[in-house]
Ligand binder design. Structure first.
Ligand code: PEP
Ligand code: MG
Length: 325
């Protein structure tokens, strides 16, 4: 089965009736990138940079980060590489960086909040990413944005990093695209405002589901309540896409939902054409896209949007998936 799927690596993900989906990969390392490229990824939709900071004794410096980002940009050969700035806190810790004990780490000192608090670390990372943007199609993405101010503050630091590079005479892409993760309900509700200042959105369903449903994604006791197909989640997806389309910016999905082939009808109906998933999911999802008729899938999705419970929606999507071979 695996070998059969491998022949799809060089095939485009197109439905039977001609709708094209761009399948990019989530990666956390160069090794994962190699697997993603072997599986035919159209670029990197989410580079989780945390690994660069983990399993070591100190923060990685600018040069060290630059070399990794440049390598990823070069290997991806002109296809987009979305580099997400540091997303620690919540469940992710660093041995050498004392994070405060918190009652609610997922509601606490995390991701962009740390970056804006530790401007030194943030600017070092942005500088390294900017330098790599001279070597390929690099984009920047901020995690866990919940307000316009955060986006503005982050961009202010980005402009400082650019000015420093100008002074040092180092090259970077002055028109680099800067996007945000949509993974906090507040960001969905102000997506129209954020879209005025972001070049693209990427929906992080892993966190979005947890925050919309108030279900800790790490807590096994309530894992049965973690429902990506909850009607509230579907409405959040729709609101985000509508805001992006109205503003004319690109929107993709990079949470685990993107790698669940049962969701394909939802993406087709919503008008999402960019997905990013684990390297292991790429060929399986592509195989499913090739066996899907978009017009049928959209009709199915419209029925799902009218359903009232997670289990009804999931069941319907499962049946559609099973029926399309
Ligand atoms: C997400 O939250 O959906 C996401 C892609 O980011 P992470 O899983 O790294 O939190
Ligand atoms: Mg997340």
């Amino acid at each position: 089965k695996k070998e059969q799927l491998q022949v799809l690596a060089t095939v485009d993900a197109v439905t039977k009736d001609g709708s094209v989906l761009q399948l990019a990969s989530n990666i956390s390392s160069v090794k994962e990138l190699d697997l993603a490229l072997k599986h035919g990824a159209k670029g990197v939709g989410l580079f989780r940079t945390e690994f660069l900071y983990m399993d070591r004794a100190t923060f990685p410096g600018e040069q060290e980060q630059y070399e990794v980002y440049r390598l990823v940009a070069e290997k991806t050969a002109g296809q987009p590489v979305v580099i997400r700035t540091l997303d620690i806190g919540g469940d992710k810790q660093l041995d050498y960086f004392e994070l405060p004990e918190e009652d609610n780490p997922f509601l606490g000192y995390r991701a962009i909040r740390i970056s804006l608090d530790r401007k030194d670390l943030f600017k070092t990372q942005l500088t390294a990413i900017l330098r790599a943007s001279a070597a390929g199609n690099v984009k920047i993405m901020y995690p866990m944005i919940s307000s316009v101010e955060e986006l503005q503050q982050a961009n202010e630091i980005l402009r400082e990093a650019m000015a420093d590079l100008d002074e040092r005479g180092l090259a970077y892409d002055a028109n680099i695209q800067v996007g945000i993760m949509i993974e906090v309900p507040a960001a969905v509700m102000i997506a129209d405002l954020l879209a005025e200042e972001a070049d693209f959105f990427s929906i992080g369903t892993n966190d979005l589901v947890q925050y919309v449903l108030a279900v800790d994604r790490m807590n096994e006791q309530i894992a049965h309540m973690y429902h990506p197909y909850h009607p509230a989640v579907l409405r959040m997806l729709r609101a985000t896409v509508d805001a992006a389309h109205t503003a004319g910016i690109d929107v993709s999905v990079c949470g685990e939902m993107a790698g669940d082939e049962r969701s394909i009808p939802l993406w087709l109906e919503l008008g999402i054409r960019h997905l990013s998933m684990s390297p292991q999911s790429l060929l399986r999802v592509k195989h499913r896209v090739l066996n899907t008729t978009a017009s049928d899938a959209k009709e199915e999705a419209r029925k799902c949007f009218a359903l009232r419970t997670s289990s009804d929606i999931e069941e319907r999507l499962q049946k559609f998936n099973d029926a399309s071979g």
